[in-house]
Design a protein around this ligand. Structure first.
Ligand code: PEP
Length: 256
């Protein structure tokens, strides 16, 4: 059985101080729980080092929201995988729709980042998702498989089975509009079947697929209960202690 994974994407929010308060609040609840899911927080870069310190010897892992694929060099403003591993990061979100829309990320850069992440022992959380226009014109599944095809060029099956795919319909991110559990499951199943067609059963059955897009405590259990959904990538609700904890509890219930 795949272990559910809940990841909080804090985006460009908060400070080192506010992030620390959040993590301390998560720690105080999670330390009394027996966790059957993985939990990751992805703070802004400046808050990562403190987050790693505060989560040492806890069940929470720390991720970055993006990275460059080069190790070092003249790439002003970028953060390399080596810099992330130096501060103790274990996961990295790659190809979030906001990165694709505002910072020109493409399937090619996503592919390069996945390879670089694995080279540095970082687990990639690879985001794919369709726009409202693509959904309404019936192109969702074609679009998602084309994003995956580009993302996975020359990525070996041993790595694919370790990565996490986050299905995040763009129209559901930060809008309060959630895909129904059926809509989310349909696409997550397609992702798994597509990986099966590219690789094999073992790889497809191992890869963890998250849903992301306005996940909150009230819809988490239904979404996470779907057979091909193995967790959630959570934006807004990951900044609210009770909300994030309730989502983790829902995943825990499914994973138990
Ligand atoms: C996200 O940004 O990855 C996300 C899912 O955001 P929200 O939960 O706020 O829709």
């Amino acid at each position: 059985m795949r272990k559910p994974i809940i990841a909080g994407n804090w985006k460009m929010n908060g400070t080192i101080a506010s992030g620390s308060i959040l993590i301390e609040a998560f720690n105080s609840v999670l330390q009394d729980m027996e966790l059957s899911c993985d939990v990751v927080v992805c703070p802004p870069f400046t808050a990562i080092e403190r987050a790693v310190a505060l989560t040492r010897d806890t069940a929470i892992a720390v991720g970055a929201q993006t990275m460059d694929y080069h190790d070092a060099g003249a790439f002003t403003g970028e953060i390399s995988p080596l810099m992330l591993t130096e501060v103790g990061v274990n996961y990295v979100i790659i190809g979030h729709s906001e990165r694709r829309e505002y910072y020109g990320e493409t399937d090619e850069t996503v592919n390069a980042k996945i390879k670089s992440a694995f080279h540095h022992n970082l687990t990639p959380i690879v985001c794919v998702g369709e726009s409202l226009e693509q959904r309404e014109s019936g192109h969702t599944l074609d679009w998602i498989t084309s994003q995956l095809k580009g993302a996975l060029v020359d990525v070996p099956k041993e790595q694919v089975s370790q990565l996490i795919v986050a299905y995040e319909p763009i129209w559901a991110i930060g809008t309060g509009k959630t895909a129904t559990a059926d809509q989310a499951e349909e696409v997550c199943k397609e992702i798994r079947d597509y990986i099966r067609s590219l690789y094999d059963d073992e790889t497809a059955d191992a890869v963890r697929i998250q849903y992301g897009g306005s996940v909150k405590s009230e819809n988490a259990l239904e979404i996470l209960g779907e057979p091909n959904i193995d967790g959630a990538l959570v934006g807004g609700a990951s900044l609210v202690v009770d909300e994030f904890i309730d989502i983790i509890k829902a995943a825990n219930q499914i994973g138990a």
